[in-house]
Design a protein. Structure first.
Length: 123
């Protein structure tokens, strides 16, 4: 089976950058399978509702920021890894950065995400 890694990563960032509730719900459904999961050092959630809540919470904590893909996606089989930053749209600062490893379902949507934080605010 061949996967379009770049399309999966693009849908992932569409979801993480959605701020309106309806848009967020649709983007999460497009990016993740129904039982998809997201795990990083701060959260471990499963299902569209919990995924949308985590993303909404990130936007509440960092208003005026957007997630940006950095570098290129690297994948094999049903696994993709990529780097990202959380960037201020006002001044371009990026206080948070990390990399994620995603596993894709047969339909190309995300089955699981393992997130790692490489840079976080100290205060």
């Amino acid at each position: 089976m061949t996967f379009d890694y770049n399309a999966a990563v693009a849908r992932y960032f569409e979801a993480w950058n959605a701020t309106e509730a309806d848009t967020l719900a649709k983007a999460v459904a497009a990016a993740w399978s129904e039982d998809g999961s997201y795990t990083d050092p701060l959260v471990d959630v499963r299902g569209h509702e919990q995924l949308a809540a985590v993303i909404a919470g990130a936007h509440e904590q960092f208003p005026g920021f957007e997630f940006r893909h950095t570098g290129t996606a690297d994948g094999h089989h049903d696994i993709v890894r990529f780097t990202w930053e959380l960037v201020s749209t006002a001044d371009g600062s990026a206080p948070v950065a990390g990399f994620d490893v995603i596993t894709l379902a047969e339909d190309g949507r995300i089955r699981s995400v393992l997130g790692f934080l490489d840079r976080v605010p100290t205060a």
